[in-house]
Design a protein around this ligand. Structure first.
Ligand code: SF4
Length: 348
C-alpha cells in the first residue's frame, strides 16, 4: 500500500492528523492526488448519498460598514452602486426559490446596520409563514442578544466564515473585526441552537499549505453543520488587487476533499467562487466531497452589484436560468436534487 493510501486510511478510521500530515496531502500530485479525490467522493456517497441540496442565495443588500481587504463590496469601494431589497421583494424571491426546487434560502448581505434584528425578525417570520423554507442568515457578526432574537423568530441556520486561523493574517485583512470576536459569535450560535456554518478562504495572500492545514483542522474541531470554503480571488478594487492564485490549482480541490474526509456528515457546498476559478469548478467540487449547491436566486438587476470577487458567474442570468442550469449540471453528474430542507445530519 502506498504512503498516501495509508494516510487516507488513517483519516477514514477517525484519526486526527497533524497539520504537517495534512500539508503533505495538500502537496499530493498525480495518482496520489486522485486517491484523495476518490476517497472523498466515496465517503460523501456513503454518508450523505447522491442527493444534492439546493440552497438559494438571496443577496439582499450590498451595503457594508466594513472594509475587509479582499472584498469587492467593502465600504471604501466607491465603484459599487449600493442597493437594498425591500422586504416584500425578498419574500417574493424566496417564493420563487421554492418554486425552483430550493429547500432553503440563504439571506446574505454585507454588514448593513439598516437591517436591525427587528427588521430581520419580521423578514424571517414572513418567509417561514409564507414559504415554509429553511432559512440561513449570513449577515455578519451580531450580538448574542440579536442572535437569540433571530433564532426565536424562526431562523434555522447561520453562516459566518472565520476565513483564516492565522491571527496575524486575520487582523491584517479585517480592520474592523477580531478573530476572537468572530469565534465567540460562532460559539454563541451553537449555544443558541442554530445549525452553524463556517469555513475559510483558501489561498489568502501570505498563507502557506501549513496554514491551510490548520484551517482545515480548526473547521473540523468546530464540529460544523456546514463547511463552506472557496478560493481567494483577488478583486481589482481592493488592497489585495492582483494577488495571484495558488500555482497548484489542485490545492483548492484537495482542501475540500480533506474537509470531507475529516467531516463525514457535514454539509459541504460547492461554492460559487469555484466557477470563477474555472468554468466547471463547482461540478468538480461536487465530485470531490461536496453535497450542496447554492444557486443564486437574487433578481438579475442586482447581481452585478454584488461581486465579492471578480468574474463571478451567473451575473447575467436570472433565478429561473440558474435553477435550470443546476438541474443540467446534476444530471450530467448522475446526482439528484435533495428533497426537503436538507437539515444537519450531524450527531448533536
Ligand atoms: S466580507 Fe462581508 S463584512 Fe467584509 S467587507 Fe465584504 S460584505 Fe462586508
Amino acid at each position: 500500500m502506498n504512503a498516501t493510501q495509508e494516510q487516507l486510511n488513517r483519516l477514514l478510521s477517525g484519526a486526527t492528523p497533524s497539520a504537517s500530515e495534512l500539508a503533505s496531502l495538500l502537496k499530493a500530485q498525480g495518482k496520489a492526488r486522485d486517491l484523495i479525490y476518490t476517497a472523498a467522493d466515496d465517503l460523501r456517497r456513503k454518508t450523505m448519498g447522491d442527493a444534492v441540496y439546493l440552497r438559494g442565495i438571496i443577496e439582499f443588500s450590498n451595503v457594508c460598514k466594513n472594509n475587509c481587504w479582499y472584498c469587492g463590496i467593502r465600504c471604501d469601494n466607491d465603484n459599487v452602486a449600493r442597493y437594498r431589497m425591500a422586504t416584500g421583494e425578498i419574500v417574493e424571491t424566496a417564493k420563487n426559490a421554492k418554486l425552483w426546487g430550493c429547500g432553503t434560502v440563504v439571506l446574505q448581505s454585507g454588514e448593513d446596520t439598516y437591517f436591525t434584528a427587528d427588521i430581520l425578525c419580521g423578514l424571517l417570520r414572513r418567509i417561514k409563514d409564507e414559504t415554509g423554507l429553511a432559512v440561513t442568515l449570513s449577515v455578519g457578526v451580531r450580538t448574542r442578544g440579536e442572535l437569540a432574537q433571530m433564532k426565536a423568530a424562526g431562523c434555522d441556520r447561520y453562516l459566518l466564515r472565520f476565513e483564516t486561523t492565522s491571527n496575524a493574517l486575520f487582523s491584517a485583512i479585517h480592520p474592523d473585526e477580531s478573530f476572537e470576536h468572530r469565534v465567540q459569535c460562532l460559539t454563541d450560535l451553537r449555544d443558541l441552537g442554530y445549525q452553524v456554518g463556517s469555513g475559510f478562504m483558501i489561498g489568502l495572500p501570505g498563507s502557506t499549505l501549513e496554514m491551510i492545514a490548520h484551517d482545515i483542522l480548526f473547521a473540523t474541531r468546530l464540529k460544523l453543520d456546514m463547511i463552506g470554503c472557496g478560493p481567494f480571488l483577488s478583486h481589482p478594487d481592493t488592497p489585495l488587487a492582483e494577488k495571484p492564485l495558488i500555482e497548484d490549482r489542485s490545492v483548492y480541490y484537495k482542501t475540500i476533499a480533506l474537509l470531507r474526509l475529516l467531516n463525514p456528515t457535514a454539509h459541504i457546498p460547492a461554492t460559487t467562487a469555484f466557477d470563477a476559478l474555472e468554468p466547471d469548478g463547482r461540478n468538480l467540487v461536487l465530485t470531490r466531497g461536496a453535497n450542496v449547491f447554492m444557486p443564486n436566486v437574487t433578481p438579475g438587476k442586482y447581481r452585478r452589484l454584488y461581486q465579492l470577487y471578480p468574474n463571478k458567474p451567473c451575473v447575467d442570468e436570472d433565478g429561473a436560468a440558474c435553477a435550470l442550469c443546476v438541474r443540467g449540471r446534476l444530471a450530467s453528474l448522475g446526482r439528484e436534487i435533495g428533497a426537503g430542507p436538507g437539515h444537519s445530519v450531524r450527531e448533536p
